[in-house]
Design a binder for this molecule. Structure first.
Ligand code: SF4
Ligand code: SF4
Length: 138
């Protein structure tokens, strides 16, 4: 379940910014969940130079994003990172921060960030381990 309710109802008024030029990284579990919907990894994943697997962009937006309806085709099964966004883990600062690109980010309280930070950190660690061990999903 998403810990953050987007105050723009996922729309950012004009466009769903977090689904534009996405760099969202997927775990093996994310990909397995999306595969069960009938999608092929070669269509929706790309391998980044650092070994991580990211959502593919098509015409400047996530493969699963529909710019007409501003909806996500796999919303209930979307990657874990999409559920936490705009809370992200800043490796340099070693703490959770709110992505400044999200116009709803400033509505998040410290308490809300603290509440999910351990899960965001665990997700980042899992992604890192999968990439290191050659177990990323693409
Ligand atoms: S960028 Fe932020 S405000 Fe916009 S749709 Fe995503 S979560 Fe909502
Ligand atoms: S999977 Fe869905 S929520 Fe995540 S970036 Fe793509 S369209 Fe947006």
């Amino acid at each position: 379940m998403a810990p953050f309710n987007c105050n723009h109802n996922g729309a950012c008024d004009e466009v769903r910014l977090c689904c534009i030029d996405t760099e969202m990284t997927l775990t093996r579990e994310d990909a397995e969940r999306i595969d069960t919907l009938g999608h092929s990894r070669k269509d929706y994943l790309i391998r980044a130079p650092d070994g991580f697997c990211q959502l593919r962009n098509v015409e400047g937006h996530c493969y699963f994003y529909d710019p007409q309806s501003k909806t996500c085709a796999i919303y209930e099964s979307r990657p874990e990172g999409c559920r936490f966004y705009p809370i992200i883990y800043h490796a340099g600062k070693r703490k959770c921060v709110v992505d400044k690109d999200c116009p709803s980010g400033e509505t998040l309280t410290r308490q809300e960030i603290r509440k999910v930070c351990h899960r965001v950190r665990a997700l980042v660690e899992k992604l890192r381990m999968e990439a290191l061990q050659g177990e990323s999903p693409c």
